[in-house]
Each structure stands twice: as C-alpha cells, then as structure tokens.
Design a binder for this molecule. Sequence first.
Ligand SMILES: [Zn+2]
Length: 93
Amino acid sequence: MKKRKIPLRICIGCQQQKSKRELIRVVRTPAGQVELDPSGKKAGRGTYLCRCHSCFKAALAGKRIERSLKHPVSLAVIELLTEQLTPGAEDEQ
Ligand SMILES: [Zn+2]
C-alpha cells in the first residue's frame, strides 16, 4: 500500500509542525524579493506561518520572518500576510 505523505512544515510562530496547506508560505525569491506564496511552489527560501493572529504576532515580535529568510520584510508584505490570517482568530485565548 502506498501512503501519500502529507508534507509537514514548522510554523515560525508556534514552532509546531503542521501540514503545508494549513500554513502560509513566505518566500524570498532568487531576485531578492520577499513575497507570499499561496501556491507553495515558488522558487526561493521559504518560511511558514499559521493563519492565526497569535503566531503572526509572535513572528513579528521576534522578527522571525526576517531571521528565517535572512532578509528584511517590507510593510506591504506584512499587510498582505495580515489579509491571509483567519478572521476572528485574534479573539481566541
Ligand atoms: Zn503557528
């Protein structure tokens, strides 16, 4: 029996392993741009983040996206990321 393996990636916010489709991929392209990668297929160095506000805040507070990608992240990218978060999740405790 062939079993399809679900690719797991670690969220930089909560450090937990999740399946790729649950996470937002942020990629630093070979051209040196930091972009969101909804397809998960862009070339470059990628990092992953849950779609929840707490992980996003933890990642921002620790500058973990920058550190992971070894590249500064522009405000435009942060705003795009914010739009990808699950609405209402910020109210969870
Ligand atoms: Zn997370």
